[in-house]
Structure formats: C-alpha cells, structure tokens
Design a protein around this ligand. Structure first.
Ligand SMILES: [Zn+2]
Length: 466
C-alpha cells in the first residue's frame, strides 16, 4: 500500500511522494515565543514529529524547516511590560520551547530559523511583490493587495469574491472569513524594535516571515507544509498568496493540518481555568512520555479531547508495553520456532504500517500493537512462543517505538532538589570516611539513576545533572 495524506488544498487523500529525489522538503510553522507553549500547540508539534518519523521509516530523507517567530505584536507588548528588549525576552521562551520539545522527545527539524535573523529575505520578497504590483503603501506600512490574487481562498475553501477592495488589516491574526489586504511590513512605531529598509523603517508582518524563510531554504515549491488547523486562514492562505505571486508556481504540494485539542471536552482558555502548559502537567508529576502518548494516539485530523483520566490511561498503556517488552526479553522459551508466532508478528507489522500509511492513523496502529500483545501473552502462557520468535516480537516493539517513542522511561532528575542531592553527597562522604564503600557506591548509583553525575576532584565532589 502507498503512503497517503489528506491534502487540505484538494480535500482528498492523495498518494505522497517527494517532488525531487528522495528528500522531503517540509515547512512547519513554529512557535511564537511570547510565553511558555501550551499543550494544544504541543499536539501540533507532536503530530509533526510523528509525521517526520513516519516519512523516515518509509525511507525518505528530510529537509524540514521550522520558524521561530521572535518578533510580533504580542512579543512587543509583553517585553515592553517587563521592560526588557525583545531579544532578551524571546531568548528565554525560545530556550524553554526547545527544552519542552526535548521532554516530549520531539526531533529537531533540520533547520530552525529565527524570524529576526532572516529580515533580508523578507525585504527581498516584499520588493519582488512590489515590482509585480502586488503591494501598496499606506502610512508607512506595506500591504498585499489580495484582489490581485484571484485564487485567494483556495486553501480554506472560502469564497472571497465579494470582498471590499482596499479594506486592510494591520494585525497578524484576524477573524475567519474576514479577508482583507494584509500587512507585509509594519511602519516603525515609537519605542518599537525596527529595521531599516529601502521602503522605510519598520518590522515584518507574520505571514511574510514564513513565505520568505520557506523559499529561502526549500525552493519555490515545497513537498509538505503543515500546521495547526487554526492557521489555515488567514496565515496559510496569505503565505500562498505571497509565495505564488512571487514565483508563479504552487507554493506547497501537500497541506497537512492538525485539529484542535480540547480539555475535558471544553475549549482550553485561561478564563475557564483549564489552560495548561507542558510545564504545568510535568509539575503535576505526569511523565512526559505519557503526555506524548496521549497527544499521539488520536489521529491528527480528529479533535483530541485531553482528559486527566486519559492521561492516566496513557501511563497504564505504556506500562503494558514495557511489561511486555520485559517479558519478551526475559521469558524462558523452548528452542525452535513457532510458525504461528512468526505469522502473528508479521501480521502486526503489516497492520501497523498500513495504518500509518493511511494518513497517519495512529489509533489503528496502536490497536494493531495491543492486539498483538494480547495474543502473544496468551501464546506465551501456553508455551506457544519459541526461542527463534523472541527477536520477531522485539522487532514489533522496535518498529512501534521508532514512531511513538515511549518505551524508555524519562530519568526523573527533576524530582531530586539541589538540597536533596547535596544531602546525598554528604551521606556518601561520610560512608567513604567510614570505609563503607558499598554504601558510597550505592549512593552514587542512585544519584546517577536520577540523572545526577558525580565527579570526584581534588577539591571535593562536584555534581551536575545529565
Ligand atoms: Zn507560518
């Protein structure tokens, strides 16, 4: 069976292959670093991680670019409130984002591009649009004239034919179905960070960022552009208008959008008190891999209802997987091979692959794995699994974990406070001076298991977290 994705642009499931050679050129909209990233956004980033891993499993190389929006309306407001520069302000949240992403085991894209480091590419794109007559200036800002791009609306499948010419919008995010000329370059405002350009001082709009950086790294036509469903309009619609007006070529062949996440069947919002960052959940002592599992288990085009019961169930599912892994590793088995067991493993892999190939149906893929575990446990109870079947079962888990990546436990370094570590080191020192080396070693091992590394130096013991 062929790998197929649902393409928002055509509203159909289509067979996917990269346009050129074996490399998938992919762009995903990254975080706007004005705060800690919430769990709804991490659903999108987890979907993109699963997508990356499955493309690689299918033998493709990846050239994946993700932007970091480190200048925008919210950043400017928040940084000013704290009396900090936007550079200082965004550096902290950019670092936090990548720490969170690492906790969720999200792979790093091949290129992470900061908007503020790519201003010349954006200026260049705006100049090209201006030369072709797609822009106009008003009060120092530059706008894109959407009436000049008749295909506007083709991604979100909205009919914008009746829009008012000349109506324009200065903010980056605006209401659905409210198509207006959008801002490419915002005129300099007193006290705001600005860049000098031939068409005036100011800063880029959000939409031009993605078009300019995507084309700079990936060329005129991308294989895949992905993001959360809320970006379809206006953001992605605007990216298409800008890019295709410049190149005259399709901007992206496949558009993949992940659905919203709800919390306990409600829209997540600060006012409802159900707004969670990843850090909030980790502070409640949920394991990052359980959160990853919960975010990954619902196919990306379905709404995900995030519940705390669901999170506990995810942790139990991981336990079952780990128990099975241990059983397979350590079971005493008769020599030889059971053909039935071989066939069961092969069938599980076939089903897993077919489910993932069908627009990343993670729910079906997991069902295949759990049915396999159930049947194999029964066969183990009955002595129907032989020594030569052991590696076959291990391979089912290995394939599963290449995508889901939840089998290895996260070291719980965060649970030991600095004071607790110092206390343990003191305890070890005393054990050593009492020549109780076994205890001293035990303490060292315990700390290591908690992600703390000790170094004995001539000035005493130094420690660091892994
Ligand atoms: Zn974007």
């Amino acid at each position: 069976m062929a790998l197929r994705f649902y393409n928002t642009l055509t509203q159909e499931l289509e067979v996917f292959k990269p346009l050129i050679g074996n490399t998938v050129r992919m762009y995903t909209c990254g975080p706007t670093v004005y705060n800690f990233v919430h769990i709804g956004n991490f659903r999108t980033f987890t979907f993109q991680d699963i997508l990356r891993r499955w493309l690689r499993y299918r033998g493709y190389e990846l050239n994946h670019v993700m932007n970091v929006t480190d200048v925008d309306d919210k950043i400017i407001v928040n940084a000013a409130k704290e009396g900090r520069s936007i550079e200082e302000y965004t550096a902290e949240f950019t670092r936090a984002f990548f720490e969170d992403a690492a906790q969720l085991r999200l792979e790093q894209p091949e290129h992470v591009s900061l908007a503020t480091k790519h201003i010349p590419a954006m200026v260049n794109a705006i100049e090209k649009l201006a030369a072709k007559g797609y822009t106009y200036e008003s009060e120092g800002s530059i706008y894109f004239r959407i009436a000049k791009f008749p295909q506007y609306g083709k991604l979100s499948h909205n009919d914008f034919s009746g829009i008012r010419a000349g109506a324009r919008v200065d903010v980056d995010e605006y209401d659905k179905a409210d198509a207006r000329d959008f801002v490419l370059w915002k005129a300099r405002k007193e006290g705001e960070r600005y860049w000098e350009t031939p068409f005036g001082d100011g800063r880029p709009g959000w939409h031009i960022e993605c078009s300019a950086m995507a084309m700079e790294y990936l060329g005129d036509t991308l294989d895949i552009h992905a993001g959360g469903v809320d970006l379809t309009f206006p953001h992605h619609e605007n990216e298409i208008a800008q890019s295709e007006s410049i190149t005259g070529k399709p901007f992206a062949r496949f558009w993949l959008h992940s659905e919203h996440l709800q919390i306990e069947s409600q829209k997540m919002s600060k006012s409802l008190g159900n707004f969670f960052t990843l850090r909030d959940l980790l502070n409640m002592d949920y394991a990052p891999e359980a959160i990853r599992y919960l975010l990954a288990q619902v196919p990306y085009r379905k709404k995900l209802n995030f519940t705390f019961d669901g999170l506990k169930a995810a942790a139990r599912s991981i336990e079952r997987l780990r128990d099975f892994e241990l059983r397979i590793q350590s079971a005493k088995l008769q020599p030889g091979r059971s053909n039935e067991a071989t066939e069961r493993s092969e069938e599980a892999i076939r089903r897993f692959e077919a489910s993932m190939d069908e627009d990343l149906n993670t729910a079906e893929a997991l069902a295949a794995v759990f049915e396999y575990i159930r049947a194999t446990n029964t066969a183990l109870d009955e002595g129907q699994v032989k020594e030569d079947n052991r590696w076959e079962a291990a391979r089912v888990l290995e394939i599963f974990d290449k995508v889901f990546d939840v089998l290895s436990p996260t070291p719980s370094s965060a649970t030991l406070s600095d004071a607790a570590i110092e206390a343990k080191i003191e305890e070890r020192k005393q054990a050593k001076s009492a020549r109780n080396f076994a205890l001293a070693d035990e303490i060292r091992t315990l700390l290591l298991e908690n992600g703390v590394i000790l170094e004995d130096t001539k000035d005493g013991v130094r420690w660091k977290r892994k």
